[in-house]
Design a protein around this ligand. Structure first.
Ligand SMILES: Cc1cc2nc3c(=O)[nH]c(=O)nc-3n(C[C@H](O)[C@H](O)[C@H](O)COP(=O)(O)OP(=O)(O)OC[C@H]3O[C@@H](n4cnc5c(N)ncnc54)[C@H](O)[C@@H]3O)c2cc1C
Length: 262
């Protein structure tokens, strides 16, 4: 995790102070129970909807009930306020191809295989290969071959570019490099590492956990989704309180919740 919300409600206090003092709104933020910034941001946003600022409001000590209600009713839009950023590395191109199908409430920045050439290539081995000597040997052979193949293709493409081949011509050094790399990368396997920086709000993160940490999900993305949950539940423990880690028959882990897609 690279970033999580930091709440600062000093500006919000001015809004509360503007109401008739008899309403008692001004004390809203003086809550003796501390909750995490991520949970607090969503709760304040949710309580704004009904101006639930009076003494009888749901206070922070009952935030678990408050979010249980939000999840049960499916009022998930208040979960869109806290955002979290992650760097996923040691992940394969097939993993990120699945991840980027999630569009709503998610931002991505991924290493460019056009700008960045093959000098920094790394590969990701699947667990099925790690645990079997023969498959592991196949993996090692294949990634070595792929790296060599990439280099040979890149060298040939560069020579052709220098010789003036029209499909490879480009203005300036950056575009010339891209023209070579984009053609050479076609030989790389799905096992190529594809680091990606991802920002999600709590609502989209919940959806991703439910889709990708389910028993039906592919093992690489499921493993990462469970790790993602283990991090996020530390910074937003109330919003994510409903998830349970379960063990599948093959001893790998998945997540369960009764309140899906809020
Ligand atoms: C086990 C598994 C198997 C899969 N198999 C395949 C497969 O074989 N082939 C394949 O192509 N994909 C497959 N997928 C990908 C899947 O179909 C979704 O594209 C992916 O999970 C993204 O989820 P999402 O559509 O909910 O999108 P998100 O972007 O995560 O959107 C979240 C929610 O926002 C709403 N939303 C987002 N965009 C729109 C929109 N444009 N219009 C209306 N509502 C919107 C929807 O309610 C959506 O559920 C698979 C996914 C899983 C988990």
């Amino acid at each position: 995790m690279c970033a999580a919300p930091a709440a600062d409600f000093s500006g919000f206090q001015g809004f509360l102070d503007g109401f008739d003092p008899d309403l008692g709104f001004a004390d809203y933020l003086n809550d003796p129970t501390q909750i995490s910034d991520a949970d607090h941001i969503s709760k304040v946003a949710g309580q704004l909807c009904y101006l639930s600022f009076k003494e009888k409001r749901t206070k922070n000590d009952k935030a678990g009930d408050y979010f249980g209600n939000i999840r049960g009713l499916g009022h998930g839009s208040v979960l869109e306020h806290p955002n979290f950023s992650f760097l996923f590395y040691g992940v394969s191109r097939s993993f990120t191809h699945e991840l980027v199908r999630h569009r709503a409430g998610v931002g991505y920045s991924q290493v460019s295989q056009r700008f960045v050439d093959g000098k920094a290539l790394r590969f990701v081995e699947r667990p099925e290969n790690v645990s079997d000597e023969t498959l592991h040997r196949h993996f090692i052979n294949w990634v070595n071959l792929s790296a060599v193949e990439y280099r040979m293709r890149a060298e040939r493409l560069y020579d052709l570019q220098m010789a003036g081949k029209p499909e490879l011509s480009a203005e300036g050094k950056t575009l010339q490099r891209k023209a070579v790399n984009q053609a050479a990368r076609a030989c790389l396997p799905n096992e190529t590492e594809a680091p990606i920086f991802v920002t999600m709000n709590a609502r989209s993160l919940r959806h991703i956990l439910e889709m990708r940490a389910s028993a039906q999900a592919e093992p690489e993305i499921r493993r990462l989704a469970v790790m993602l949950y283990e991090q996020i539940v530390q910074v937003a423990p109330i919003i994510f309180a409903d998830y349970k880690i379960i063990e599948l028959p093959d001893k790998t882990r998945a997540l369960h919740t009764d309140t899906r897609k809020v």
